[in-house]
Design a protein around this ligand. Structure first.
Ligand code: FES
Length: 524
């Protein structure tokens, strides 16, 4: 087995008879309305993939893990000349990738939907997709095994609670890759003091590093490869993120230094190394052929980003004229219909949300919508009713227009990082989050799944300080299996997004109002 790193979350796995290209993202326009760009640059790798698909006589597959544009680069897929390949997708309840391919009438050998853990047999290997399908998080990982070796690529799919089972079921993993850096709009888009921002970033980095390190220790591969981010922000609106003294997008060398320090116990059996687009790994010998001599440790990141952003100056200045043509007043009016449509799909059972959500267009700050998610009402207002309990999102009209015209989705809007959010108190609320980032057609099933998690009362017993505690088995956030969590003192840490539940305080989450109902059942 040979693996070529394509950049970001992209890999090309080659066995004796098959080639599997994973999440190829090469478009020069980046992703999410050009908010994210590939780091390091990998645009040239598109030609290499084009050549492999054209020349190789092996059976060829392209796997797309999920619909996010840094994984599903439809523009690149449309440039492919030789279409003698099969596309492999996870069989999600909502088929966004397949629908988009159908919309553009995409031709290739076949598009195959695989169920969770279903075996798909190639001539000399097998593939399984491990799927997470929770509306807020639709993502998949891929396991490729040939006769001698295996590669597990979980990219940014948070199946941490399943890793032990995967290892036990499918045996030793040679190569493992997983995201180690942040990719969400919190805290980047949230207004907070510099000190709090720094603190939140530090916590996010620590939590993500620890989770990935635990994943590596669980899988115990022969080699771990860091991948799937962080992206690069070249839009002048976003560029300053890279020049903050801390942000939640740490670079590879920082994570590898963390592993050197915190994973000494597995160092004799598991290696880790930095990879650069074009690197070719021979899995049997773990030897690399480096196509480029450049390594992240050796470059000056800030000057790299500055010259990278210079290449895009014309792109962003050219967009400004189009943006000025959008009438903010019109967008404000149209936004209401969209929000009402979303509200109509919201079905809240036993949810008491006391927080009002406010939506504002940046160019007309004097008015905003006040949305009551429980009573499903929207009113125009000029002021926030309760300054100690509100959630407000503000975005430029031209960007909201792209959502309303379906150029981008609601989740893309969140990933552009071009919105501003104020949240008082700074407490996560699943319903508000879902309402903001989901497209209208996903809201109903999001509510249904949330309801299912809430009424699933299965309990497990866990030990804390020699005593037995009964707790709810499934995390109230997105249903991860808490039997796979770990304890930090009295705090049970969910393996998926690291919410912490205080066993000594009835299992109450320390970040929000959720609870896993911890009861001591030990009479001794
Ligand atoms: S599922 Fe997200 S923190 Fe538990």
């Amino acid at each position: 087995m040979q693996i070529i790193y394509l950049g970001h979350a992209g890999f090309c796995v080659e066995t004796d008879s098959s080639i599997i290209i994973m999440d190829p993202w090469f478009s020069k326009q980046g992703a999410f309305d050009s908010a994210w760009f590939q780091y390091p640059k990998n645009h040239h790798m598109g030609d290499d993939v084009q050549a492999i698909l054209t020349r190789s006589k092996k059976n060829k597959y392209i796997y797309i893990s999920h619909e996010h544009q840094d994984h599903f680069d439809i523009k690149f897929l449309q440039t492919l000349i030789s279409r003698n390949f099969t596309i492999l997708l996870a069989n999600y309840s909502c088929q966004i990738v397949k629908n988009k391919l159908n919309e553009v009438n995409y031709h290739c050998n076949d598009i195959i939907l695989l169920n969770d853990n279903e075996k798909y047999t190639l001539k000399d290997a097998e593939i399984r997709l491990l799927i997470m399908d929770t509306e807020l998080n639709c993502d998949s990982a891929i396991l490729v095994k040939d006769e001698s070796h295996s590669f597990l690529n979980i990219n940014d799919c948070k199946i941490y609670d399943r890793l032990e089972n995967i290892k036990n079921t499918h045996g030793n993993i040679d190569i493992f890759t997983a995201q180690f850096s942040g990719a969400s709009w919190y805290p980047t888009c949230y207004r907070m003091s510099d000190n709090v921002y720094r603190e939140v970033c530090q916590k996010k980095i620590a939590s993500k590093f620890e989770t990935t390190a635990v994943a590596i220790k669980t899988i115990k591969p022969r080699l771990y490869l860091p991948s799937a981010g962080p992206p690069c922000f070249l839009d002048p609106m976003l560029l300053s993120i890279h020049f903050q003294d801390i942000n939640s997008y740490p670079q590879t060398p920082q994570f590898l230094a963390y592993l050197d320090q915190h994973c000494k116990s597995i160092k004799s059996s598991t290696k880790w190394t930095e990879i650069w687009p074009g690197d070719i790994l021979d899995v049997a010998s773990l030897k690399f052929i480096h196509k480029s001599s450049t390594r992240m440790n050796a470059i000056d990141f800030k000057s790299y980003v500055n010259s990278y952003s210079d290449e895009y100056k014309n792109l962003f200045s050219g967009r400004e004229n189009d943006q000025k043509k959008i009438d903010p007043g019109d967008i404000f009016v149209q936004l209401k219909s969209e929000l009402l449509e979303k509200l109509s799909k919201l079905q809240l059972v036993n949810h008491t949300i006391t927080t009002l959500l406010y939506w504002r267009i940046s160019e007309c700050p004097e008015k905003m919508y006040c949305i009551d998610l429980v009573n499903k009402t929207i009113k125009i207002t000029s002021h926030i009713k309760e300054l100690n309990n509100y959630y407000r999102i503000t975005a430029p009209a031209w960007l909201v227009n792209k959502v309303l015209t379906r150029e981008i989705s609601w989740s893309d809007l969140a990933l552009t990082f071009r919105v501003t959010i104020e949240r008082v108190p700074d407490v996560y609320n699943t319903v508000i989050h879902g309402f903001l980032i989901l497209d209208t057609n996903k809201i109903q099933s999001f509510c249904e799944k949330m309801q299912k998690t809430n009424i699933n009362n299965e309990r497990i017993i866990m030990m804390y300080q020699g005593k037995q505690y009964s707790i709810l088995r499934y995390c109230p956030h997105q249903g991860a299996d808490l039997s796979q969590g770990h304890l930090e003192g009295a705090l049970l840490v969910c393996p998926r997004h690291q919410w912490k539940f205080d066993i000594k305080n009835n299992g109450k989450c320390i970040y929000n109002e959720t609870c896993i109902d911890a009861i001591c059942v030990d009479n001794h």
